[in-house]
Ligand binder design. Structure first.
Ligand SMILES: Nc1ncnc2c1ncn2[C@@H]1O[C@H](COP(=O)(O)OP(=O)(O)OP(=O)(O)O)[C@@H](O)[C@H]1O
Length: 585
């Protein structure tokens, strides 16, 4: 385990020691009644020959056995309870750490992750640790302590029989090791087969509409069928390979076989005069219990492997660097957004933006245009610091965005990108998310400005309708709810994806009007896809392959006869039908 992985257990380390102690106590007291039976037999034996029985010793043995039983039950109960309480505390502290860390990660991290990634961390990985703390620790302690105690006792009684009792255990362990040869590799293959199968299943189910539409059902189904067949084949082969070993281990450790074997060894030792008949009894009673717990270690081993993987995955996540925060943060003086000679790459090798410069003033709209993949979204995302620039700087009111505290930055910059996120709560709370103290009137005003108020009123419960429950929204409607959310926060800088803002042709003109009004007091940066929407903006930055190739107003750029003029001519040729007027600064 790495140091960091051990950190997870720091808050509960003393309780874990308690679980180990209680499990040990349970193991010792679990063996005591068996020893008591042997001692009882030894004490009562003289009675068979008419001899005197030491009654005080009999009572002492009975009391000790009963007490051990009670202590054993109490220890098992308490350790299970403590283990579950510790587990609950550990899960809480881990989940809190995960959530705190999620809040400190760069927003860009979420761009390439699905909610499934986060769910796996919070649910599956934390649950894998639950198996370890709540169950595996007790099982492992018992599996080791019980055989050790039994063996020590057996050696004190009759060492030859003790040795004989150990033999099935040693034999089972050797077989187990042989059986597990190459197990790590097999397990890796098993996981990869599962991964491929679930990939094929998801592809088959998700893509079913598309593949049906294009008549490719056969191909998609074939991949699913092939992966299923490979998986079944792999499992079949693995089972066949290990079945013989398993059967032998099962046989060697089965109570009947061990009993018959120990009776035979005991009888031989007695007939040879090496052991007293009474000395065979502990071997029979305790020798039977030696192998069971060790076999159980196999299951606990699986829990341990899962827990180790979960620890690695959680440790990897928690080691992700958070957004660096300035030691002495600056407050922006104004709301000018300046992009100064900015270069950026998602990785070291591939630059996506090269030496871009643009100045966006309050009360103006700046549109970013360019072919798909030219870097519009990437540039826009540098303003709310989804990513940090590789070179140059992005500043707000002359303060580098890297020097502004995250809360201040998010107060200053509102953004609506294409991945619309609504929570499963009321529409009112969805809008109010950006300003929890907003009054109902303010929520309504924002919804009106985003052209979603009338639609909301058509739900039976209006603003109280719950998203995904009694409020089922179209893509465009959901986008307008997020616009309302951004408007309610009333940020002085707004970064918008035009595809998001004007997704719905019916309300396009109305939303454009609302945004134009907004732009009067704000610094607005719009990622433009449809050129007619930006005819009236203050400046257009044309991107090509991550470089700023032209900058100016629509009129200036068309008059210049360069790249934008060509784009505009093409656009007009392809979109001849009339359009509502665009965004104005
Ligand atoms: N999260 C990411 N990780 C790695 N590369 C990315 C990531 N997001 C975008 N890119 C790459 O960066 C380049 C610019 O992409 P970007 O999304 O900024 O372009 P765009 O002009 O907004 O395109 P579109 O109009 O299609 O949205 C593309 O080559 C894209 O593949």
């Amino acid at each position: 385990m790495s140091d960091r992985a051990e950190d997870f257990f720091a808050p509960v380390r003393s309780s874990l020691a308690g679980i180990v102690g209680l499990s040990l106590l349970g193991a010792v007291t679990g063996v005591v009644p068996f020893v008591a039976v042997v001692e009882l037999a030894r004490t009562l034996l003289p009675a068979l020959d008419g001899g005197a029985v030491d009654e005080r010793r009999v009572w002492a043995i009975v009391v000790i056995a009963v007490a051990a039983l009670f202590v054993g039950f109490a220890a098992a109960f308490t350790s299970a309870m403590v283990a579950h309480l510790v587990d609950a505390r550990l899960q809480l502290s881990l989940r809190q750490r995960i959530v705190r860390h999620l809040q400190r990660l760069p927003l860009g991290w979420f761009d390439t992750r699905t909610s499934g990634t986060v769910r796996k961390l919070v649910e599956n990985d934390v649950t894998a640790l639950h198996q370890l703390v709540a169950h595996a620790i007790q099982d492992v302690v018992t599996a080791i302590a019980v055989p050790v105690i039994c063996t020590v006792y057996l050696f004190t009684v009759q060492w030859q029989l003790a040795l004989a009792a150990l033999l099935p255990l040693v034999f089972a362990m050797v077989l187990y090791v042989l059986m597990m040869r190459g197990g790590v590799e097999k397990y890796r293959q098993y996981e990869s087969a599962i991964e491929r199968l679930s990939g094929a299943t998801v592809e088959f189910v998700h893509g079913i509409a598309v593949v049906k539409r294009f008549g490719q059902l056969g191909r998609s189904h074939r991949r699913y069928r092939d992966e299923t067949r490979d998986y079944v084949h792999f499992i079949g082969q693995w089972t066949r390979d290990s079945a013989a070993w398993f059967s032998v281990v099962e046989m060697v450790t089965s109570p009947v076989v061990v009993l018959v074997y120990l009776v035979a060894v005991g009888a031989w030792l007695v007939s040879a005069g090496t052991a007293e008949p009474i000395d065979v009894l502990p071997g029979l009673l305790l020798g039977l219990g030696l192998t069971g717990p060790v076999v159980k270690l196999g299951t606990s081993g699986q829990f341990l492997r899962n827990a180790t993987k979960a620890q690695q995955s959680l440790a990897g996540f928690l080691a992700l660097p958070p957004v660096p925060q300035a030691a002495s943060p600056r407050v922006p003086a104004g709301h000018d957004v300046d992009v100064e000679d900015v270069s950026f790459g998602y990785d070291e090798e591939h630059r996506v933006l090269h030496d871009i410069a643009v100045a966006c003033r309050p009360g103006t709209v700046t549109a970013l245009v360019g072919a798909s993949g030219s870097g519009k979204s990437t540039l826009a995302k540098l303003v709310p610091r989804f990513y940090d620039v590789s070179q140059g700087r992005v500043s707000i009111g002359d303060a580098d965005v890297r020097e502004i505290s995250s809360p201040e930055l998010y107060r200053s910059v509102g953004f609506v990108f294409q991945d619309v996120q609504l929570l499963r709560t009321s529409l009112r709370d969805n809008i109010r998310l950006s300003r929890p103290d907003a009054t109902d009137d303010e929520v309504e005003r924002a919804a009106r400005a985003a052209q979603i108020h009338d639609r909301i009123l058509r739900f039976d419960r209006g603003y109280d309708a719950v998203v995904g429950d009694d409020a089922n929204l179209s893509g465009g409607e959901a986008q307008r709810v997020t616009i309302a959310r951004a408007l309610l926060a009333d940020p002085p800088i707004l970064v918008l994806d035009e595809a998001t803002a004007f997704a719905d042709p019916d309300s396009e003109a109305a939303i454009q009007a609302a945004l134009s009004a907004l732009a009067a007091e704000r610094t607005v940066l719009v990622i433009a896809h449809r050129l007619h929407t930006i005819v009236g903006v203050d400046q257009i930055l044309v991107l090509d392959g991550g470089r700023g190739v032209e900058r100016g107003s629509h009129t200036e750029l068309v008059a210049a006869g360069g790249r934008f003029a060509r784009m505009w001519a093409d656009y007009q040729a392809n979109h001849a039908r009339s359009r509502p007027e665009g965004v104005h600064g």
